[in-house]
Design a protein. Sequence first.
Length: 147
Amino acid sequence: MKISTKVRYATRAMLELARQGGPTPVLIETIAKNQDLSKKYLETLLNTLKNNGMVKSVRGKGGGYRLNADPEQITVRDIYVAIEGPHAVVECIGGEEMCMRSDICATQELWSEITVALLDILEQHTLADLVRRTDEKQRHFHNMYYI
């Protein structure tokens, strides 16, 4: 199973917003540069996150994007579901309206179990956790000496 590029990049963008922190909006150019992401692709992701209430866009001078909640309150699951939807592992587990075979399909329970497990793991990690991990990795990286 793969986590999509959209989810990975959206998580990196959200992490950048959490690291820049606070009520001050962050320019999309800054996010793109710091996370080595395409500005055009990032615009699409941030728009999706905005439409799902995860970020707020601020227009005008001093504008940009900012988180719509505290990083301690935003889980990676929230980002995943905003980008992929609640049944992202396979669409057919969404019930009869998603799959005409749902009444007789033996694999649907398996896909549902996998989805629940994945979402449970993603729920355990907040943006604040990722900020702490990033800060720790950067401290460790800066303390390395090469000869």
